[in-house]
Design a protein around this ligand. Structure first.
Ligand SMILES: Cc1ncc(C[n+]2csc(CCOP(=O)(O)OP(=O)(O)O)c2C)c(N)n1
Ligand SMILES: [Mg+2]
Length: 414
């Protein structure tokens, strides 16, 4: 018998810990950030084996001075960028008003995008009409940049008589087939397999529409994430697989779901997927990388995995208090800055924008959001005014209502 077997050391688990806790000094010195413009831009038909390094770097376009530099720059003109800036400002203003509405008891729940606006707003611009997103709850920029009426978003949040989803979904879990926005699932991870399945169906039908799946850093620990990658890789489904790494999964830091892999993008390498990491707070970089991946999918070159490196500035949701698990000043220390300010500075540098123009745009956007809110509130809020009908509860599931539901509807008197 060996001595080890006689007296084995007790086994232990490794539980990763965040570097800093509340009360500590935020430290992101371990986050390695490539200088803007320094990461190469391969051809879209590059062999995934030849671009494995892109899973470990960070593609960036906007430098500290606000210039757009390097091989990923130059896709969007100044008008496009000004429009993009307005989309992000609109999402931020919308968030602020809806957060306040939740505090006022007009809705039970809200989730903000603060700090992550570039990801969904810029990605939307890379898609074509007919393409389908399978989003999580933090991609409302897909709707705002896609022209979905803000009043309908608010009607859903207020669960009022004009709620397009008739009170059946948690507030903010929108759905709009026409706007390429598949119904959000509260069960995390499901949207990734659904995106791959939809993309496979599109290819089976010889259609030209592609899909985009969305998942958070924490949710990549779900088995659905891995199943989605296996199917996407085997069948080369026309899908863009997006991981939004905002550093947190409610109170759990990203190191738990990432485990031993260096980055979330690196998860794709074992599946042979082209896997790119991008500065998620850089509107131009997000759009450029998204366009690269969309072109691959559209040209039948297969799926791409993208990790957006960003930071969740606000609370996870209105039910969360981040001061319990991270330093209050952590977002100020985040090294990739604020996506709105970075794009604003770039446009100022190009002579297309100014501080005055920005203030004016902020005021105009706030006016638009407030008038949309007034209109939505005319149709009711959580505790006041019009509500969806109880009858709606019985509709929309079965093509022909089964007898037991018909009986229940009669009992409810609707
Ligand atoms: C299958 C499943 N498990 C757990 C939850 C509870 N839950 C809701 S949000 C969340 C954190 C998700 O974090 P992440 O994927 O990083 O997304 P983020 O909120 O940061 O955008 C958890 C655990 C859930 N909704 N579904
Ligand atoms: Mg997260």
């Amino acid at each position: 018998m060996t001595p080890q077997a006689d007296n084995p050391a007790p086994l232990r688990l490794h539980v990763p810990e965040p570097e800093v806790r509340p009360g500590g000094t935020p430290d992101f010195s371990s986050v390695k950030i490539a200088p803007a413009g320094s990461v190469r831009r391969p051809e879209v038909d590059a062999n995934p084996e030849d671009i494995r390094d892109l899973a470990y770097s960070i593609i960036r376009v906007l430098n500290r001075e606000g210039e757009a530099v390097g091989p990923w720059a130059g896709l969007l003109n100044d008008d496009d960028l000004a429009e993009g800036l307005k989309h992000m400002m609109t999402l931020r203003a919308f968030d602020a008003r809806m957060l306040m509405a939740q505090r006022q008891g007009k809705t039970s729940f809200y989730m903000q995008h603060m700090g992550e606006e570039a990801v969904s707003c810029a990605f939307r611009r890379a898609l074509l009409p007919g393409d389908m997103n399978f989003p999580t709850y933090r991609q409302a920029g897909l709707l705002i940049a896609g022209g979905y009426p803000m009043v309908d978003m608010m009607n859903q949040i207020f669960s009022n008589e004009s709620d397009p989803l008739k009170g059946r979904q948690l507030p903010i879990m929108y759905s709009s087939k026409e706007h390429g926005f598949f119904s959000i699932s509260g069960n995390l991870g499901t949207q990734f397999v659904q995106a791959v399945g939809w993309a496979m169906a599109s290819a089976i039908k010889n259609d030209t529409r592609i899909a985009a799946g969305w998942i958070g850093d924490g949710s990549t620990a779900e088995s659905d994430f891995h199943a989605a990658l296996a199917f996407a890789s085997t069948y080369r489904a026309p899908v863009v697989l997006n991981i939004v790494n905002n550093q947190w999964a409610i109170s759990t830091f990203q190191g738990i779901a990432r485990g031993g892999s260096g980055t979330f993008a690196a998860r794709g390498l074992g599946f042979g997927l082209p896997s790119l990491r991008v500065d998620g707070n850089d509107y131009l970089a997000v759009h450029a990388v998204a366009s690269w991946a969309v072109e691959r999918a559209r040209r039948n070159l297969g799926p791409t995995l993208i990790e957006y490196v960003t930071y969740r500035v606000g609370a996870h949701s209105t039910s969360d208090d981040p001061s319990a698990y991270r330093p209050k000043t952590e977002s100020d220390a985040w090294p990739l800055g604020d996506p709105v300010i970075r794009l604003k500075n770039h446009l100022i540098l190009r002579g297309r924008w100014s501080e005055e123009r920005h203030k004016q745009a902020e005021a105009e956007i706030l006016d638009t959001v407030i008038s949309a809110q007034k209109e939505a509130e005319r149709h009711g809020t959580l505790h006041a005014g019009g509500k969806p009908s109880v009858r709606d509860m019985f509709e929309g599931v079965y093509a022909e209502m089964p007898p037991h539901l018909r009986r229940q509807r009669q009992q409810a008197g609707v």
